[in-house]
Design a binder for this molecule. Structure first.
Ligand code: ATP
Ligand code: MG
Length: 232
Protein backbone atom coordinates (compact mmCIF):
# COMPACT_ATOMS: atom_id res chain seq x y z
CA UNK A 1 0.00 0.00 0.00
CA UNK A 2 2.80 2.38 0.99
CA UNK A 3 4.62 1.66 -2.28
CA UNK A 4 1.52 2.53 -4.29
CA UNK A 5 1.12 5.77 -2.36
CA UNK A 6 4.74 6.67 -2.95
CA UNK A 7 4.42 5.89 -6.64
CA UNK A 8 1.28 8.04 -6.87
CA UNK A 9 3.04 10.89 -5.12
CA UNK A 10 6.03 10.60 -7.46
CA UNK A 11 3.74 10.55 -10.50
CA UNK A 12 1.95 13.61 -9.22
CA UNK A 13 5.18 15.53 -8.74
CA UNK A 14 6.32 14.51 -12.20
CA UNK A 15 3.03 15.59 -13.73
CA UNK A 16 3.27 19.02 -12.15
CA UNK A 17 6.94 19.34 -13.13
CA UNK A 18 6.24 18.41 -16.74
CA UNK A 19 3.45 20.95 -16.97
CA UNK A 20 5.32 23.67 -15.17
CA UNK A 21 8.68 23.34 -16.78
CA UNK A 22 8.88 21.04 -19.76
CA UNK A 23 5.88 22.53 -21.54
CA UNK A 24 6.56 26.15 -20.74
CA UNK A 25 10.10 26.24 -22.07
CA UNK A 26 9.36 25.13 -25.64
CA UNK A 27 6.40 27.49 -25.60
CA UNK A 28 8.68 30.36 -24.59
CA UNK A 29 10.93 29.43 -27.48
CA UNK A 30 8.02 29.55 -29.95
CA UNK A 31 7.11 32.97 -28.56
CA UNK A 32 10.69 34.22 -28.87
CA UNK A 33 10.85 32.86 -32.45
CA UNK A 34 7.63 34.66 -33.35
CA UNK A 35 8.99 37.94 -31.97
CA UNK A 36 12.14 37.57 -34.07
CA UNK A 37 10.08 36.79 -37.18
CA UNK A 38 7.97 39.92 -36.65
CA UNK A 39 11.14 42.02 -36.74
CA UNK A 40 12.05 40.69 -40.21
CA UNK A 41 10.31 41.80 -43.42
CA UNK A 42 7.22 39.61 -43.91
CA UNK A 43 4.25 39.62 -46.23
CA UNK A 44 0.97 40.79 -44.66
CA UNK A 45 -0.27 37.24 -44.69
CA UNK A 46 2.83 35.92 -42.94
CA UNK A 47 2.57 38.68 -40.32
CA UNK A 48 -1.04 37.73 -39.64
CA UNK A 49 -0.05 34.06 -39.26
CA UNK A 50 2.75 34.87 -36.81
CA UNK A 51 0.43 37.10 -34.77
CA UNK A 52 -2.09 34.29 -34.62
CA UNK A 53 0.65 31.97 -33.39
CA UNK A 54 1.49 34.44 -30.63
CA UNK A 55 -2.13 34.53 -29.54
CA UNK A 56 -2.13 30.74 -29.42
CA UNK A 57 0.98 30.82 -27.23
CA UNK A 58 -0.81 33.14 -24.78
CA UNK A 59 -3.85 30.88 -24.78
CA UNK A 60 -1.80 27.69 -24.25
CA UNK A 61 0.15 29.36 -21.43
CA UNK A 62 -3.11 30.28 -19.72
CA UNK A 63 -4.34 26.69 -20.05
CA UNK A 64 -1.06 25.32 -18.65
CA UNK A 65 -1.35 27.69 -15.69
CA UNK A 66 -4.94 26.56 -15.09
CA UNK A 67 -4.08 22.87 -15.25
CA UNK A 68 -1.09 23.49 -12.99
CA UNK A 69 -3.30 25.24 -10.45
CA UNK A 70 -5.79 22.41 -10.74
CA UNK A 71 -3.07 19.84 -10.13
CA UNK A 72 -1.78 21.76 -7.12
CA UNK A 73 -5.27 22.35 -5.75
CA UNK A 74 -6.63 18.87 -6.29
CA UNK A 75 -3.66 16.60 -6.02
CA UNK A 76 -1.38 18.57 -3.78
CA UNK A 77 -1.75 20.81 -0.77
CA UNK A 78 -4.20 23.29 -2.29
CA UNK A 79 -3.59 26.44 -4.31
CA UNK A 80 -0.80 28.39 -2.68
CA UNK A 81 -1.47 31.92 -1.46
CA UNK A 82 0.80 34.32 0.38
CA UNK A 83 -1.30 36.66 2.48
CA UNK A 84 -0.15 40.20 3.19
CA UNK A 85 -1.99 43.41 4.05
CA UNK A 86 -0.86 45.43 1.03
CA UNK A 87 -4.17 46.98 0.01
CA UNK A 88 -2.74 49.48 -2.48
CA UNK A 89 -1.21 46.67 -4.50
CA UNK A 90 -4.59 44.90 -4.57
CA UNK A 91 -6.23 48.03 -5.96
CA UNK A 92 -3.54 48.32 -8.63
CA UNK A 93 -3.82 44.63 -9.49
CA UNK A 94 -7.61 44.80 -9.89
CA UNK A 95 -7.33 47.87 -12.15
CA UNK A 96 -4.63 46.18 -14.18
CA UNK A 97 -6.75 43.05 -14.73
CA UNK A 98 -9.64 45.23 -15.89
CA UNK A 99 -7.32 47.12 -18.25
CA UNK A 100 -6.04 43.81 -19.70
CA UNK A 101 -9.54 42.53 -20.36
CA UNK A 102 -10.59 45.88 -21.86
CA UNK A 103 -7.69 45.49 -24.29
CA UNK A 104 -8.67 41.93 -25.17
CA UNK A 105 -12.36 42.85 -25.64
CA UNK A 106 -12.26 46.46 -26.90
CA UNK A 107 -15.87 46.48 -28.05
CA UNK A 108 -17.22 45.65 -24.59
CA UNK A 109 -18.06 48.05 -21.79
CA UNK A 110 -16.56 47.16 -18.41
CA UNK A 111 -17.74 49.42 -15.58
CA UNK A 112 -15.58 49.41 -12.46
CA UNK A 113 -16.41 50.63 -8.99
CA UNK A 114 -13.48 49.87 -6.69
CA UNK A 115 -13.40 51.49 -3.27
CA UNK A 116 -10.99 49.92 -0.79
CA UNK A 117 -10.67 51.93 2.41
CA UNK A 118 -9.29 49.28 4.75
CA UNK A 119 -6.31 46.93 4.73
CA UNK A 120 -7.05 43.48 3.32
CA UNK A 121 -4.98 40.47 4.28
CA UNK A 122 -4.76 38.82 0.88
CA UNK A 123 -2.64 37.56 -2.00
CA UNK A 124 -3.15 40.36 -4.53
CA UNK A 125 -1.87 38.29 -7.46
CA UNK A 126 -4.27 35.45 -6.70
CA UNK A 127 -7.22 37.84 -6.28
CA UNK A 128 -6.24 39.35 -9.63
CA UNK A 129 -6.43 35.84 -11.09
CA UNK A 130 -9.84 35.37 -9.45
CA UNK A 131 -11.13 38.61 -10.99
CA UNK A 132 -9.60 37.78 -14.36
CA UNK A 133 -11.49 34.47 -14.45
CA UNK A 134 -14.82 36.01 -13.40
CA UNK A 135 -14.46 38.91 -15.81
CA UNK A 136 -13.37 36.60 -18.63
CA UNK A 137 -16.44 34.46 -17.98
CA UNK A 138 -18.79 37.45 -17.96
CA UNK A 139 -17.38 38.56 -21.32
CA UNK A 140 -17.39 35.07 -22.84
CA UNK A 141 -20.59 33.60 -21.45
CA UNK A 142 -22.66 36.78 -20.98
CA UNK A 143 -24.63 38.72 -23.59
CA UNK A 144 -22.34 40.29 -26.22
CA UNK A 145 -23.84 43.74 -26.27
CA UNK A 146 -24.27 44.45 -22.59
CA UNK A 147 -21.91 46.01 -20.06
CA UNK A 148 -20.13 44.03 -17.35
CA UNK A 149 -19.97 45.55 -13.89
CA UNK A 150 -17.14 44.99 -11.42
CA UNK A 151 -17.58 46.12 -7.86
CA UNK A 152 -15.00 45.82 -5.06
CA UNK A 153 -15.45 47.22 -1.57
CA UNK A 154 -14.40 46.89 2.04
CA UNK A 155 -17.38 47.06 4.36
CA UNK A 156 -18.41 45.58 7.69
CA UNK A 157 -15.11 43.77 8.23
CA UNK A 158 -15.42 42.03 4.86
CA UNK A 159 -13.90 42.45 1.42
CA UNK A 160 -16.41 41.91 -1.40
CA UNK A 161 -15.66 41.56 -5.09
CA UNK A 162 -18.46 40.95 -7.56
CA UNK A 163 -18.79 40.66 -11.32
CA UNK A 164 -22.20 41.01 -12.94
CA UNK A 165 -23.39 40.57 -16.48
CA UNK A 166 -26.61 40.27 -18.42
CA UNK A 167 -27.22 37.04 -20.30
CA UNK A 168 -29.15 33.82 -20.38
CA UNK A 169 -30.14 32.68 -16.90
CA UNK A 170 -28.00 29.83 -15.60
CA UNK A 171 -30.17 26.88 -14.52
CA UNK A 172 -30.17 25.96 -10.80
CA UNK A 173 -28.67 22.56 -11.71
CA UNK A 174 -25.78 24.20 -13.56
CA UNK A 175 -25.28 26.73 -10.75
CA UNK A 176 -24.78 23.85 -8.33
CA UNK A 177 -22.05 22.21 -10.39
CA UNK A 178 -20.37 25.27 -11.78
CA UNK A 179 -17.46 25.35 -9.34
CA UNK A 180 -16.56 21.69 -9.98
CA UNK A 181 -13.44 21.08 -12.08
CA UNK A 182 -14.07 20.56 -15.80
CA UNK A 183 -17.72 21.60 -15.59
CA UNK A 184 -18.83 23.43 -18.71
CA UNK A 185 -22.38 24.58 -19.35
CA UNK A 186 -24.12 25.01 -22.68
CA UNK A 187 -21.14 26.62 -24.33
CA UNK A 188 -20.70 26.96 -28.06
CA UNK A 189 -17.88 24.85 -29.55
CA UNK A 190 -16.11 28.08 -30.53
CA UNK A 191 -15.75 28.99 -26.86
CA UNK A 192 -12.52 27.33 -25.91
CA UNK A 193 -11.90 26.47 -22.30
CA UNK A 194 -11.27 23.63 -19.91
CA UNK A 195 -13.96 24.37 -17.35
CA UNK A 196 -11.32 24.99 -14.71
CA UNK A 197 -11.75 28.75 -14.22
CA UNK A 198 -14.45 28.67 -11.56
CA UNK A 199 -12.86 25.74 -9.74
CA UNK A 200 -9.65 27.77 -9.44
CA UNK A 201 -11.70 30.80 -8.36
CA UNK A 202 -13.33 28.80 -5.57
CA UNK A 203 -9.97 27.40 -4.43
CA UNK A 204 -8.48 30.90 -4.28
CA UNK A 205 -11.53 32.04 -2.30
CA UNK A 206 -11.14 29.14 0.12
CA UNK A 207 -7.44 29.79 0.63
CA UNK A 208 -8.37 33.32 1.75
CA UNK A 209 -10.90 32.05 4.28
CA UNK A 210 -13.62 33.37 1.97
CA UNK A 211 -16.29 31.93 -0.30
CA UNK A 212 -17.97 32.36 -3.67
CA UNK A 213 -21.67 32.73 -4.34
CA UNK A 214 -23.48 32.95 -7.67
CA UNK A 215 -26.95 34.28 -8.42
CA UNK A 216 -28.53 34.15 -11.86
CA UNK A 217 -31.79 35.94 -12.60
CA UNK A 218 -33.45 37.24 -15.74
CA UNK A 219 -31.92 40.69 -15.46
CA UNK A 220 -28.49 39.73 -14.15
CA UNK A 221 -25.96 36.99 -13.41
CA UNK A 222 -23.65 37.87 -10.55
CA UNK A 223 -20.65 36.07 -9.05
CA UNK A 224 -19.55 37.37 -5.64
CA UNK A 225 -16.43 36.70 -3.62
CA UNK A 226 -16.49 37.56 0.07
CA UNK A 227 -13.73 37.23 2.63
CA UNK A 228 -13.02 38.58 6.09
CA UNK A 229 -10.51 41.48 5.96
CA UNK A 230 -8.31 39.50 8.33
CA UNK A 231 -8.28 35.73 7.97
CA UNK A 232 -8.69 34.22 11.45
N1 ATP B 1 -21.01 34.82 -16.26
C1 ATP B 1 -21.49 33.66 -16.70
N2 ATP B 1 -22.68 33.59 -17.35
C2 ATP B 1 -23.15 32.42 -17.81
N3 ATP B 1 -22.55 31.23 -17.64
C3 ATP B 1 -21.38 31.21 -17.00
C4 ATP B 1 -20.78 32.42 -16.49
N4 ATP B 1 -19.62 32.08 -15.90
C5 ATP B 1 -19.49 30.75 -16.03
N5 ATP B 1 -20.53 30.21 -16.70
C6 ATP B 1 -20.74 28.77 -17.02
O1 ATP B 1 -19.97 28.01 -16.12
C7 ATP B 1 -19.12 27.12 -16.84
C8 ATP B 1 -17.84 26.92 -16.05
O2 ATP B 1 -17.06 28.13 -16.03
P1 ATP B 1 -15.49 28.01 -15.93
O3 ATP B 1 -14.92 29.39 -15.88
O4 ATP B 1 -15.14 27.09 -14.83
O5 ATP B 1 -15.08 27.29 -17.31
P2 ATP B 1 -14.98 27.86 -18.80
O6 ATP B 1 -15.14 29.37 -18.77
O7 ATP B 1 -15.94 27.10 -19.63
O8 ATP B 1 -13.50 27.46 -19.21
P3 ATP B 1 -12.10 28.03 -18.60
O9 ATP B 1 -11.42 26.87 -18.01
O10 ATP B 1 -11.38 28.63 -19.76
O11 ATP B 1 -12.46 29.08 -17.58
C9 ATP B 1 -18.95 27.77 -18.20
O12 ATP B 1 -18.66 26.81 -19.19
C10 ATP B 1 -20.31 28.42 -18.42
O13 ATP B 1 -21.24 27.47 -18.92
MG1 MG C 1 -13.90 30.51 -17.48
Amino acid sequence: MLVIEQETAALREEFIAVLGHDLRNPLASIDAGAKILLKTPLTDQATAVVQLMQKSVVRISAMINDVLDFARGRLGAGIGVTLSAADTSLMETLHQVIAELRTSAPSRAIEADIVLTEAINCDAGRLGQLLSNLLGNALTHGADNSPVRVRAATEGGMFTLSVANIGETITPAALKQMFQPFFRGGVRPSQQGLGLGLYIVSEIARAHGGAMTAVSEAHETRFTFRMPLQKS
